[in-house]
Design a binder for this molecule. Structure first.
Ligand code: GLC
Length: 419
C-alpha cells in the first residue's frame, strides 16, 4: 500500500463525470437502465459537441471551493473515450467536438496547483470483446447474447492495459487513479474481477509508469485507499482489522452524470458536514460534478461549490492535514485535529454552552475560527449542584465553553482549541 502525504493533507477533491451520457442527461447508467443498443446510443456520439467547455473555469471552480485535486472520467462504462486514444474510434476526437478533452483539463488543473487524477472504467459496454453480463445493456437480448457468445475477455484486457498505458504516458505526472469496478462476488451473472482485468499485471504497469501514483481499491485486489460510495462511514475504515486511508465519493444529487430532471440536491451545509465528518473519521471527500452536454457545470452545482468555498476560505485549516482526535466530541459535534490544534465542529447549535469531556486543564485558548473571536472557557466545580439558575457540574474532567445565543452565520461553526 502506497501512502502519499498530499492525499491525507488534501482531504477534499473534485470528481468529474462527463461523457456521452451527459447528452442523454438521465444518469451515467442510462445505457444500462434503458437497455439501449449501440445503434440507439450513436445519436449522442453524433451530437457530442461541448462548445462551452472551459477547463480553466472548471479548475478554478475546484480551487475556489477549496478542493486540492481533480479526478476526471477518461472513459466510463459506456466505453466512450474523452482522450485521443490510438486504440479506438469511439472517442471525442471523432465526434463533432473533434478534440482531446483530457489534455487541456490536466493542464488547467496543474495550472491551479491542484493534483491530477483519472477515473477509468474497467467495464466497457461498447467494446466488441467485452462479454455480456448481468450489468450489460443487452443483458436480456437473447439474440445479441448468442451473437456475442464468443467474446474474449483477454482481448478486452489487452485493450484496457494498452489504454491505461496511453493515459499514464501521455499526460505527464498523474497523481491518482480510480478504477471502476469489479463485481465478481456480487452474484451478478458473468460478473468480472481481478482475473478478468489481469489486475496484478495492470497494477504493476501503473506503478512502473507512475511510481508515486495512488490507486483505489476497485481492481479486485487491494489498493492504496478504500472508496465508500454515496454513504458516510460510521467510523474509520478498516481492512482485516487495520485502519486504512479512505475517501468517500459523493454526488450533489445522487447521480454522477448530468441528470437534468433530478433536483435532489444536497444543501451546501450538509456537504460541509459530510466533509468534516469524513476528516473526523480519518477520511477524505471526493465531491462530484456532472457537466452538461455543452461542457458547462450547471448553475446549481456552481452555487453549491461557491458556498462550500466560502466556508473553506475561513475554516480550511480545520480540514487540511487534519484527522481524527482521541478526544470524544459532544453530541452533534465532530473533532478534527492537527497536532496541538483541535477543531470543534458544531453541527447543531446548543443554548449557551458546551461541555467537552476530558479537556479540563488541556486548553490554553479557544476562539471561533471564522472570526478569531474569543470563546471563554471554564471548569465548573465538580461539586456544584444544579440550582434554580446554576447548572449542575458536568463530568469532572470536562471543559465548559460559554457560547453566544446567536449561531454564527457559517455553514458549520468551528471552535479552534489551542491545546
Ligand atoms: C459507481 C457507479 C459509477 C460511478 C462510480 C463512482 O461505480 O456505478 O457510475 O462512476 O460509482 O464512484
Amino acid at each position: 500500500m502506497q501512502h502519499h502525504a498530499w492525499f491525507s493533507e488534501s482531504r477534499f477533491g473534485m470528481f468529474v463525470h462527463w461523457g456521452l451520457y451527459s447528452l442523454a442527461a438521465r444518469h451515467e447508467w442510462v445505457k444500462n437502465r434503458e437497455r439501449l443498443t449501440d445503434e440507439d446510443y450513436q445519436r449522442y456520439f453524433d451530437h457530442f459537441d461541448p462548445d462551452l467547455y472551459d477547463p480553466a473555469e472548471w479548475a478554478r471552480l475546484a480551487k475556489d471551493a477549496g478542493m486540492r485535486y481533480v479526478v476526471v472520467t477518461t472513459k466510463h462504462h459506456e466505453g466512450f473515450c474523452l482522450w485521443d486514444s490510438a486504440y479506438t474510434d469511439y472517442k471525442a476526437t471523432r465526434t463533432p467536438c473533434g478534440k482531446d478533452l483530457i489534455a487541456p483539463l490536466v493542464e488547467a488543473v496543474r495550472a491551479e496547483g491542484l493534483k491530477v487524477g483519472f477515473y477509468h472504467s474497467l467495464i466497457d459496454w461498447h467494446h466488441p470483446e467485452f462479454p455480456v453480463d448481468s450489468l450489460h445493456p443487452q443483458r436480456d437480448d437473447e439474440a445479441y447474447k448468442s451473437a456475442a457468445a464468443g467474446r474474449d475477455i483477454s482481448k478486452y484486457a489487452d485493450y484496457l492495459h494498452a489504454q491505461v498505458r496511453e493515459l499514464l504516458t501521455g499526460y505527464g505526472r498523474i497523481d491518482y487513479l480510480f478504477f471502476d469496478f469489479s463485481y465478481k462476488e456480487g452474484g451478478d451473472w458473468g460478473g468480472k474481477g481481478a482475473d478478468d482485468w489481469r489486475a496484478d499485471e495492470l497494477l504493476a504497469t501503473v506503478r512502473e509508469l507512475q511510481p508515486s501514483i495512488i490507486v483505489n481499491d476497485r481492481l479486485g485486489i487491494p489498493g492504496d485507499f478504500v472508496t465508500p460510495e454515496q454513504y458516510q462511514p460510521a467510523g474509520p475504515m478498516t481492512v482485516d482489522g487495520r485502519e486504512v486511508p479512505w475517501e468517500a465519493c459523493q454526488t450533489l444529487n445522487g447521480s454522477w452524470g448530468y441528470d437534468r430532471d433530478n433536483l435532489d440536491y444536497k444543501s451546501p451545509d450538509l456537504l460541509v458536514r459530510m466533509l468534516v465528518d469524513s476528516v473526523a473519521k480519518g477520511g477524505s471527500l471526493l465531491l462530484n460534478v456532472g457537466p452538461d452536454g455543452r461542457g458547462q457545470i450547471d448553475p446549481r452545482a456552481r452555487r453549491t461549490l461557491g458556498d462550500i468555498g466560502a466556508w473553506m476560505r475561513l475554516n480550511s485549516r480545520s480540514v487540511y492535514g487534519c484527522g481524527p482526535s482521541a478526544f470524544t466530541a459532544p453530541p452533534d459535534c465532530r473533532y478534527t485535529q492537527r497536532g496541538d490544534r483541535l477543531y470543534l465542529h458544531v453541527f447543531a447549535w446548543p443554548f449557551g454552552h458546551l461541555h467537552l469531556p476530558g479537556l479540563a486543564g488541556r486548553v490554553k485558548y479557544a476562539q471561533f475560527l471564522h472570526d478569531a473571536s474569543e470563546i471563554r472557557t471554564r471548569v465548573i466545580d465538580p461539586g456544584q449542584k444544579a440550582g434554580l439558575t446554576t447548572m449542575g457540574a458536568p463530568a469532572p474532567d470536562a471543559l465548559t465553553l460559554d457560547l453566544p445565543v446567536q449561531r454564527p452565520d457559517v455553514a458549520v461553526p468551528v471552535i479552534e482549541l489551542f491545546l
